[in-house]
Design a protein around this ligand. Sequence first.
Ligand SMILES: Cc1cc2nc3c(=O)[nH]c(=O)nc-3n(C[C@H](O)[C@H](O)[C@H](O)COP(=O)(O)O)c2cc1C
Length: 217
Amino acid sequence: MNLDILIFLGSVRESSPPKPARLGLRVAEACKIQLEKNHNVTLIDPLNITLLKPFKPHFSYAKNKVPENLDFLAQQIEKADAYIMVSPEYNHSMSPALADLLNHFGSSLFSYKPSAIVTYSAGQWGGARAAVNMRTFLSELGCLPVSAMLHVPKAQEVLNDDGTFTDSQDRNLWIDYFGRTFAQLEWWGTAAQNQRLNGNEIQPRAFKVNPSQRNAP
Ligand SMILES: Cc1cc2nc3c(=O)[nH]c(=O)nc-3n(C[C@H](O)[C@H](O)[C@H](O)COP(=O)(O)O)c2cc1C
């Protein structure tokens, strides 16, 4: 079954050094190329989304006062069946731009739908340390990450600018590696979609006023 999948790109960096800038774009494109063979895929680029200061999340606005771009993205998130979160590793942490964008939306929009963690780096570790903290972040956001993660070290050598794999002997291994994570995402995404189609929606019982509403007695 077709899924609506949103790919969130975690880089807003256009300057260098370090080179190349926006390495993440090719990683996000690589995911898109593979997933759109079977699904409807939309790339969410944080450079195209203006976030106002001071920080005010989507859920803090009165309904008729939400900025149009924020509301549009909220609708896309709500409609989606699954998410791909693509992040560079900055100082051994996930992308602050990605965290900031996601913090603008309540967990009820993401809940009961799966996500996949995709990290990359220009160096040899592929963003593995950023991924550890992304698992906690995404779990709290409600879109539980599937167990298989994608890490792309030296992404500038693995991927061309347009997201195609470079002509190395490992090309097919990379495609297979991406496919393993995506297969998990598809399985969970389809299962969750079926639950919704069958009317088995869970009442989220999200807190409405204060996080203490989730406290143990
Ligand atoms: C502020 C900053 C911090 C970085 N920290 C790390 C790091 O902790 N680990 C790592 O492997 N690479 C690190 N890098 C290098 C990135 O892997 C590399 O610059 C990559 O291109 C970043 O992705 P982007 O171009 O999509 O923004 C860092 C780069 C920047 C700009």
